[in-house]
Structures are given as structure tokens and as C-alpha cells.
Design a protein around this ligand. Structure first.
Ligand code: MN
Length: 249
């Protein structure tokens, strides 16, 4: 079986396998969102994309995807493994657990751990020829909180353009099941103790220049308008359900 076919067959636990270094053991136990305590066994690895570099054209160009995945994300993985090789206590914890107490650990662990988690999530949140709207309970919740999809996108884009320097715009499910929009600097994310907006990340949009500069140059706002054409709403909806289950625990 080819690696990519294997990843597909892993299905719902695909992201989980990437973010925990001991996926087979964990898979036979409980889902990721129910057990953040599973200690990893070996090194983190760069997950393959589920689609070709050019699959998101014309909205995100092939060269950007190639550099973003093969160089930027790869560097976060390499540097995370390097950091953890000298921090045994941190190496024993899954990323979510590290994030929850990121103040205790080095900036290198926080930045590279966040970089690996955020990008692993980001690739799953993008999809060639994606459906253009959310459906089901997620759609109901978005409309109830943000009036309608157009207004929601506008608020997300404002979070992205308003983030000074590098960072991420987020749709988060907080621990009271509220949808919240926010942003984080650098490679921080809403699972971190240091984040202003905390909760389970449902949708994250990378607003680092490396995510858009080749095609959009300084026009971050144009990139943010275009990216809605390739958002994988099924994945966002799946994470919404996961987040609700987490909150029941
Ligand atoms: Mn990035």
C-alpha cells in the first residue's frame, strides 16, 4: 500500500496519527479529543498532502504550496524534533498537552510545535474544488452567531488582515460551545495557555507572508478573499462535532 493510500484509509484519525507519534497504539484506544495524554513514541514526521501542489490553483499557486509544505512545514518538524531531543519531559507529552502549558517550555517547542500542529491542520482544511458553504449544525451555529456566512467570512478576514506581522486567523469552539473568531501571533494557536482566544480550533487560516506572497505579494486581503474557494467545510464540520464532544468530558 502506498503511503498516501494508507493515510486515506486511516481516515478520521489521519490528523491524529500525525500529531501523536504513536498512532497505532493510540488508534486502538480512544480518539484524540478524548485522550490528550498519550505519550509519543518516536519522532514527528511531515505528513504528505492529500492533493497535488497545484490542486488549489488558481486560488493558491503550486509553487507556494510546494515551498510552504516541503520547506516551511518540514522545518517546523525538524526543529521540533531537535528541541524535544533535549527536553525529555516535553517529549513525553502529546502536542495538545504541551500547548496547554506552553509557558513551562521553551520558545522553540512552542513555535515549532505550533508550526507542526497548525500546518497539519491547515492542509486538511483546504480542498480542491471545495464545497462553498458549510452545512448542518455548523451552518446553523455560524448563522446564529454571525448572522450569515458572508458576515462570518468578513469577520474572519478582518481577524486575518488585522493581525500585525505573522500569525493565524481562527474560528474556535470555546469551552461553553460558543463559536469565537480571533487571531494569534507567530505559530501560537487557541489550544495554548498564552492565547487570547482559547478553545478547540475549527478553522485556521495562515496569514504568514509565506502562505501568499508569491501570488498576492503584499495583498493579504486578496488572498483571504480567494481562500474561501478552497475551504474544506466537511473538515470544519467534523471538528465542530469533535469540539462539542470534548466539551462534554
Ligand atoms: Mn505557514
Amino acid at each position: 500500500m502506498k503511503k498516501r493510500q494508507f493515510i486515506k484509509s486511516v481516515g478520521a484519525v489521519g490528523l491524529f496519527s500525525i500529531l501523536h507519534k504513536n498512532p497505532l497504539k493510540a488508534e486502538t484506544e480512544v480518539p484524540e479529543f478524548l485522550n490528550p495524554m498519550i505519550p509519543p513514541a518516536d519522532q514527528y514526521t511531515l505528513p504528505p498532502l492529500d492533493y497535488a501542489f497545484g490542486a488549489l490553483e488558481p486560488h493558491i499557486d503550486a509553487k507556494t504550496m510546494e515551498i510552504h509544505h516541503d520547506r516551511h512545514h518540514a522545518a517546523y518538524v525538524t526543529n521540533l524534533n531537535k528541541e524535544l531531543s533535549t527536553h525529555a519531559a516535553a517529549a513525553a507529552l502529546p502536542l495538545e498537552k504541551l500547548f496547554a502549558q506552553s509557558k513551562k517550555y521553551s520558545a522553540g517547542i512552542r513555535n515549532n510545535g505550533g508550526g507542526h500542529y497548525n500546518h497539519s491542520l491547515f492542509w486538511k482544511l483546504l480542498k480542491p474544488a471545495a464545497s462553498s458553504t458549510p452545512i448542518g449544525a455548523l451552518a446553523t451555529a455560524i448563522n446564529a452567531k454571525f448572522k450569515d456566512l458572508a458576515n462570518f467570512k468578513d469577520l474572519m478576514n478582518k481577524a486575518g488582515t488585522g493581525r500585525f506581522g505573522s500569525g493565524w486567523a481562527w474560528l474556535v469552539l470555546d469551552n461553553k460551545n460558543n463559536l469565537v473568531i480571533g487571531s494569534t501571533p507567530n505559530q501560537d494557536n487557541p489550544l495554548m495557555d498564552v492565547a487570547e482566544v482559547k478553545g478547540y480550533p475549527l478553522l485556521g487560516i495562515d496569514v504568514w507572508e509565506h502562505a501568499y506572497y508569491l501570488k498576492y505579494q503584499n495583498k493579504r486581503a486578496d488572498y483571504l478573499i480567494a481562500i474561501w474557494n478552497v475551504i474544506n467545510w466537511e473538515e470544519v464540520a467534523k471538528r465542530y462535532e469533535e469540539g462539542m464532544k470534548r466539551n462534554k468530558k
